[in-house]
Design a protein around this ligand. Structure first.
Ligand SMILES: *[C@@H]1O[C@H](CO)[C@@H](O)[C@H](O)[C@H]1NC(C)=O
Length: 289
């Protein structure tokens, strides 16, 4: 009797994992991948929204486990990021901008879009507001500082360095690369359609998205709320545990943490796949010009 009581949670969890694993199979209809590799506040969400309109299955900051992925990335542990690439065909926001070399090698047919702002100072000002909402240690990994105030030169140099690194890398791979400027409005469809698959190869007859927040989590108040609650909770626990894990931690605790992450990974991927199947894939086809 004791044995059965003790093993019930294990059996239940195993059953949940088997079902989740089955639901979380990657779609076989994914297209050649598109990576948006501009830094924060360069319009990556809008470009992601545009790709979503084109029917791409997009992974962005608000979707899943971004904070966790940033920690694994910063510690040179690319396993979790690479695993995510199996499920999507469009990627934007951190930490993807700093993975372009690895992704270009891993996916020889992938395309890359560097999003930029026309005016560096405008970008810096957006960053000041963005980062000012709350210090987050990982900002330092991308921008050389956790706040813009007093670090303007450093943050700007991070932006310039990134632009230079990307341009240098793609100099001899121009067919895989485009630059976009979110201030260009509808002209961005032309650029986007030069690297992404547009319906019948034509330009969509809708305005180019311009938003600060992803529009595709906007289907059902209840689902969206549950998604928010889940991801808020999980990402915070994961961020905290990732920090402890990579700061040394204790071997025994680390084994347990890795096991927990694997469990969360499968369940979360299953939720995400379900969401795409139920909500996103029912979009009406896009009108073209
Ligand atoms: C940008 O590159 C320069 C030259 O390599 C380097 O000195 C500087 O620290 C870099 N800036 C950041 C924020 O990493």
């Amino acid at each position: 009797m004791r044995f059965w009581l003790a093993s019930t949670p294990v059996l239940l969890l195993s059953a949940v994992l088997i079902v989740a694993n089955w639901i979380a199979k990657p779609l076989s209809t994914l297209r050649p991948k598109v990576f948006v590799i501009g830094l924060s506040k360069t319009g990556t969400t809008s470009i992601g929204d545009a790709l979503a309109l084109l029917g791409y299955k997009r992974l962005g900051w608000k979707d899943i486990r971004s904070r966790h992925l940033v920690h694994t990335w910063a510690n040179g542990d690319y396993g979790a990021l690479i695993d995510q690439t199996r499920f999507y065909d469009a990627f934007e926001d951190l930490p993807w901008p700093r993975m372009f070399r690895e992704m270009a090698e891993l996916y020889p047919d992938a395309k890359f879009i560097l999003s930029l702002r026309r005016d560096e100072q405008v970008w810096l000002e957006s960053m000041r507001r963005h980062v000012g909402r709350g210090a987050w240690q990982p900002y330092a990994w991308f921008y050389g500082a956790t706040e813009v105030e007093g670090n303007e030169a450093t943050v700007l140099s991070a932006y310039r360095n990134h632009t230079a690194d990307v341009r240098e890398f793609f100099a001899d791979k121009q067919e895989r690369y485009a630059e976009m400027n979110i201030d260009d409005g509808d002209r961005n469809w032309d650029t986007l359609c030069s690297v992404a698959e547009c319906p019948q190869g034509r330009i969509p007859a809708v305005p180019f998205p311009k938003s600060n927040t992803a529009t595709h989590w906007n289907h059902n108040v209840l689902i969206d709320f549950m998604h928010w609650l889940w991801s808020w909770t999980i990402t915070r626990i994961e961020e905290w545990s990732a920090a402890s894990y990579y700061l040394g931690g204790r071997p025994n605790t680390n084994v347990i943490l890795r096991a927990c992450w694997s469990v969360i990974d499968v369940i979360e991927q299953a939720c995400s796949e379900l969401y795409f199947k139920l909500a996103v894939q029912q979009q009406a086809p896009l009108e073209v010009r």
